[in-house]
Ligand binder design. Structure first.
Ligand code: HAM
Length: 426
């Protein structure tokens, strides 16, 4: 029996994929744009392991969140330590920051990462068990300018990738004091509905009632519709933070909607939270999301630094690009495809193809096909621009023909000057 790929994961193929968005060159293009944009905003790449001690996510993401309660891939290593594949990147970056004492190297820090994340979810379009995130984390600035910067960076990435019709939703979940006040108001409102709530929400009633606002249960959703708004329970400081953020976003021309139902599925958020939505994805319509989490680094026994970040799911971003028919440049393809005829020509072509490659000219060679038409087909499939057929005549005269594979035009070329000639065609 053939071994198949695990459920909820997929291969990113260079060609032949049933859906175009699986093409690896589209991924490379998106990652290139992301890296350039992150650099324009002063963010530097950090890479952390794809698994961590389970405790990191329990403490970081929150024990009552769906991600930790239901979705982690957790296993024991041979020494019986509990490890989990990372479901997200924020906790790992905070752990690495504290572990390497990076706070000693300055008062502000800006990181980005691109990599796979793992959540045991019910797979459907836009929701996978392995997905990839581009995320950023900015430490050290408590003011709302930092919040506006990360939102602007996220939208700039989308803009440079050509995405259209996105909606930005922002909210404040307040600081710890606002939350205490709001918690009381929310419990007061939810109490008469307690028996109608889903089992999950009942379990969260005492432990973490804010999570109930994030419930996916349809009846819970109806109940929370009329719940009090967190925005009416912000402390003066949290309120000012949110108002300044909104005016900064206005100033840099970002349109957004204030949405007091956003609480996010992770426990670490405080003050600003935000989500970017698209109408081109169906149910999984959030392509990027994030927020401020001022307490997390301190919780990992690091310095008490303010922090904010976001992550965007690359599969969802690429799916929107596909849905919106955004054309992207192709990767590097061979400029020349050598087709040798006979053993002597194979030797000569092998030296020529190596010389091209050593000179940064993408080149390939036919080593298998016995007939010229089949070799040309292979050159076309490799998307080479030119082919060069070399037989005994060409070897003797030192002259060959460069054939443009799309126009079929031919031009003469001197074999001992081939690198200079090809450079002129790059
Ligand atoms: P999150 O909202 O859980 O936030 O995930 C961020 C993004 O990852 C989502 O908006 C979505 O695009 C994508 N995503 C999440 N789960 C899946 C999945 N199963 N399949 C496909 N895409 C998915 C976080 O992870 C936070 N760490 C973001 C953050 C960084 N907050 C502060 N800093």
């Amino acid at each position: 029996m053939k071994i198949q790929i695990p459920k909820g994961t997929f291969d990113i193929l260079p060609y032949g994929a049933p859906e175009e968005w699986q093409l690896s060159c589209l991924w490379q293009y998106a990652e290139k744009v992301i890296r350039e944009t992150a650099a324009d905003y002063g963010y530097r790449e950090i890479r952390t392991p794809i698994y961590e001690r389970t405790e990191l996510f329990q403490r970081g993401v929150g024990e009552t969140t769906d991600i930790v309660m239901k979705e982690m891939f957790t296993f024991e290593d041979r020494s019986k330590r509990s490890l989990s594949l990372r479901p997200e990147g924020t906790a790992s970056v905070a752990r690495a920051f504290v572990e390497h004492n990076l706070s000693q190297l300055g008062s502000t820090h800006k990181f980005f990462y691109i990599g796979p994340m793992f959540r045991y979810e019910r797979p459907q379009s836009g929701r996978y068990r392995q997905h990839h995130q581009f995320g950023v984390e900015a430490y050290g600035v408590s003011g709302p300018q930092q919040d506006a910067e990360v939102i602007d960076l996220l939208l700039q990435v989308y803009k440079r990738l050509g995405l259209k019709n996105l909606k930005v939703h922002v909210n404040s979940v307040g600081d710890l004091e606002s939350r205490k006040d709001y918690r009381a108001a929310l419990l007061h409102y939810l109490k008469p509905h307690f028996h109608e709530l889903s089992a999950d929400s009942q379990a969260r009633f005492e432990k973490n009632p804010l999570r109930i606002l994030d419930s996916k249960d349809p009846h819970d959703k109806e109940i929370v519709q009329a719940a009090p708004s967190i925005l009416n329970h912000l402390t003066p400081e949290a309120k000012e933070h949110f108002q300044t953020l909104c005016s900064l976003l206005d100033q840099i021309g970002i349109s957004y909607e204030v949405d007091d139902k956003i609480v996010r599925g992770l426990d670490y958020y405080q003050k600003t939270v935000f989500e970017v939505m698209t109408e081109d994805l169906g149910a999984q319509n959030t392509i990027g999301a994030g927020g401020r989490y001022d307490g997390l680094i301190g919780q990992f026994e690091g310095p008490d630094l303010p922090a904010i970040g976001f992550a965007t799911g690359l599969e969802r971003v690429l799916q929107v690009m596909m849905a919106q028919k955004i054309m992207t440049p192709k990767g590097k393809r061979p400029l020349i495809y050598f087709i040798p005829i006979g053993e002597e020509a194979v030797q000569k072509c092998f030296a020529l193809v190596a010389a091209c490659r050593h000179n940064h000219i993408a080149a390939d060679i036919e080593l298998q096909a016995k007939k010229v038409p089949a070799a040309i087909q292979n050159g076309l499939r490799a998307e080479a621009k030119y082919c060069c057929i070399l037989g005994s005549d060409e070897l003797q005269s030192g002259k060959a023909k460069l054939k443009d594979l799309s126009t079929r035009e031919e031009k003469p070329i001197l074999l001992d000057q081939i690198i200079q000639a090809l450079r002129g065609l790059c």
